[in-house]
Design a protein. Structure first.
Length: 323
């Protein structure tokens, strides 16, 4: 009788194994750590996804903003949490740059996280404050920067973000010098740019498009290979004279290392379902973004290639952050 009970208990445990847990998950609120302050590009996509996931999962999906140090403070915090499926990380291409830019990182994007999928691909746009009346084209910017080295400054969402490294790449390719002013996120940077405290930025389309349309910023060029339908009259960097220049920001979701695979697989499917909803498609379109949704394996390959790409840019530019 005892053996029968033990066997029955074993069969019950098999029945409620990892796959079964994925079916019952979640049973409480889920957190997505956003390593930047509210109002930035990551927030633009994280919050609509969280809202739709809340509907689909039947439990609250909360976006926790934790800005600072180019997104590395939030990543460090997320990496230390329990991989139980109730904490996820929404970072960006910035976190592949940080791998070579920061002298010491207390985490590794490949060692401590596991890829789920890309949420959005977004081009950067070169924008200047209207106070710079003599700078109306990218050529104007290059000519002015060459004649007045160090007089212009640019804002970024933090050291190691594409807002930072895309300008460093631009400087290296054009032989110009523009002073870097890092912020704790794109939101705070945008406030100072609109106020004229910052001269220019290579900002994500998600945070700049509305300001451009309102006439508060002047666009000079798009950093992607082709023009963007949100700003069809704005030339690409190559069309504007910087041959071979191409930079694209992307935002993505990672699981914590050790998160049960059935839960990761379910989260991937739920995110793809959310991004295919008409509400989210409209948000992505207004931001000039291309949707992601690639499988985890493909996303993992993208991460590796971006780490290698940006390591070369960091080396060639000589940029480094001590931490």
């Amino acid at each position: 009788m005892f053996k029968l009970l033990v066997r029955a208990a074993g069969m019950l445990l098999l029945a409620v194994g990892p796959g079964a847990h994925a079916q019952t998950w979640p049973t409480k609120a889920v957190t997505i750590v956003n390593p930047f302050p509210p109002g930035g590009g990551t927030d633009t996509f994280a919050r609509p996804i969280a809202a739709k996931l809340t509907e689909q999962l039947g439990h609250q999906v909360i976006v926790e903003n934790m800005g600072g140090a180019g997104g590395t403070i939030g990543a460090t915090s997320a990496a230390k949490r329990s991989p139980d499926g109730y904490t996820w990380f929404m970072g960006a291409v910035h976190h592949t740059i940080a791998e070579s830019l920061y002298a010491k990182l207390p985490y590794s994007i490949e060692r401590d996280f596991e890829p789920v999928t890309v949420a959005a691909f977004v081009p950067n746009v070169v924008v200047v404050h209207p106070k710079l009346t003599g700078i109306n084209t990218l050529k104007d910017l290059i000519d002015y920067a060459k004649k007045n080295p160090g007089k212009l400054n640019y804002g970024s969402a933090g050291s190691g973000t594409t807002h930072h490294m895309s300008v460093e790449l631009f400087k290296a390719m054009t032989g110009t010098f523009i002073v870097h002013i890092p912020y704790r996120g794109a939101g705070p940077m945008m406030q100072d740019l609109l106020a004229g405290q910052v001269d220019l930025a290579f900002d994500g389309m998600g945070t700049s498009a509305s300001q451009i349309k309102a006439g508060k910023l002047k666009p000079l060029a798009i950093t992607s290979r082709v023009r963007n339908p949100v700003l069809p009259d704005v030339p690409t960097m190559q069309e504007a004279g910087v041959k071979g220049y191409e930079v694209q920001t992307w935002y993505a979701i990672w699981a914590l290392k050790g998160t049960p695979k059935p839960i990761k697989d379910r989260m991937y499917k739920e995110i793809v379902t959310a991004m295919n909803h008409p509400d989210l498609k409209r948000v992505w379109a207004t931001q000039g973004a291309d949707p992601g949704g690639m499988p985890p394996e493909e996303f993992g390959k993208l991460v590796k290639s971006e780490i290698a790409k940006w390591a070369k840019v960091v080396k060639d530019s000589g940029a480094k952050v001590d931490n």
